[in-house]
Design a binder for this molecule. Structure first.
Ligand code: PEP
Ligand code: MN
Length: 362
């Protein structure tokens, strides 16, 4: 037993370095037959590195299927024995960590509803002290990078060396195209802050539906993610949880074949020379933009002085609306989206108000 366990650790070490790293399996383990058949069919695709399955399911509302519990852990062992694919399970309490490790689960993950709660993350981290197991940490359900970072710190402080991040999108009020809005900019910032951590995208929980899974997966690959975690089920429509977003192992294989995998870099001098030139151009343009913005703020300060001398308010809604309308019209002609124009002018306007504030209150 000891020999197979250490062999499995080596397999996981190798998988951890593989790019793209592909994790797949059902949202939830439902029956032993379902777990085993999923594993066999995933194995047949030859494309899956780690098999996932939820055993304890944190559900937003009570009454939904809350997972089969620890009795599903031997099913995963069985599936692993048949296929050689390491298995991953979500843990949210110290007891769940213990149970998962007793049944030789190879990779643990902390779910989005757990990452939001420092008490729970700490409990999981305490149970992990002295254990050598890779841990993946999903982003919290709310768009807060500090909570996500806090969870990473707690797990790292417990001595876990192999830590990975899973970007599964953020909840937002009201219906959008996504179940959980990707907010790519936040994920990019988290990746920037943690260059050493494995960074995985979870299109299933971002999309909440099948038809846009591939687009989101492609976007993640274009943004240089290290891998994907995608839910798969032998009979997706009848899955006990997350039925709308799961796909069959065969469909998964098709999807992975149609993704355009990108390289982060190539060893071509010509490519690097051309890139260098264009990047210098970008730097030059960014410098010019900042110069112009600085000049714009100086004019704004002059206006501030004028308002002060005449005791006029800083904010003039009519003028602000006029600026925006003018910018939308111009932006459209220049190929700049309304969304960008709004964000850009909001930022410029706020900076301008801050400059004028200093003048009016000095
Ligand atoms: C899951 O992976 O099935 C799950 C519950 O995901 P999340 O924690 O991202 O909601
Ligand atoms: Mn799920």
């Amino acid at each position: 037993m000891e020999a197979t366990a250490s062999k499995m650790k080596e397999v996981v070490q190798e998988k951890w370095k593989k790019r793209p790293l592909i994790i797949s399996g059902p949202c939830s383990a439902e029956t032993e037959e379902q777990v085993v058949e999923t594993a066999v069919r995933l194995h047949k695709t030859g494309k899956v590195d780690i098999m996932r399955a939820g055993i304890w399911k944190p559900r937003t509302r009570p009454g939904s299927f809350e997972g089969v519990g620890a009795k599903g852990l031997p099913w995963l062992q069985h599936a692993k024995k048949l296929t050689g694919i390491p298995v991953a399970v979500e843990v949210a309490t110290g007891k769940q960590v213990e149970d998962a490790l007793t049944f030789e689960v190879d990779v643990l993950w902390i779910g989005a509803r757990t990452t939001v709660n420092p008490f729970s993350v700490q409990e999981v981290a305490d149970a992990l002290r002295g254990v050598d197991v890779p841990v993946l940490i999903k982003n919290p359900i709310n768009p807060d990078l500090e909570l996500w970072t806090g969870a990473v710190e707690r797990v790292a402080k417990a001595g876990i060396k192999q830590i990975g991040l899973i970007h599964r999108g953020f909840s937002s009020y009201g219906n959008t195209e996504y179940r959980n809005a990707p907010m790519w900019h936040l994920a990019i910032e988290m990746k920037r802050r943690n260059p050493g951590l494995l960074f995985i995208n979870d299109p299933s929980h971002i999309c909440g539906r099948r038809d846009i899974l591939q687009d989101v997966a492609q976007e993640a690959i274009d943004l240089d993610y290290d891998g994907l975690i995608i839910e798969s089920h032998i009979d997706p429509d009848n899955a006990w949880s997350d039925a709308k977003q799961q796909i069959t192992p065969e469909r998964l294989a098709e999807m992975l074949s149609s993704i355009r995998w990108r390289k982060e870099d190539i060893a071509s001098e010509e490519y690097h020379a051309a890139m260098e030139k264009m990047r210098q151009q970008i730097n030059q343009l960014d410098d010019e933009l900042m110069q112009i913005l600085s000049t714009r703020m100086k004019v704004s300060e002059k206006i501030g002085q004028y308002k002060k001398d005449n005791n006029i308010t800083i904010l003039q809604t009519n003028r602000w609306n006029a600026i925006l309308e003018r910018a939308y019209a111009k932006g459209e002609k220049l190929g700049l989206s309304k969304e960008f124009i709004t964000k850009y002018f909001d930022a410029v306007h706020m900076e301008s108000i801050n400059h004028q504030n200093k003048i009016l209150n000095s």
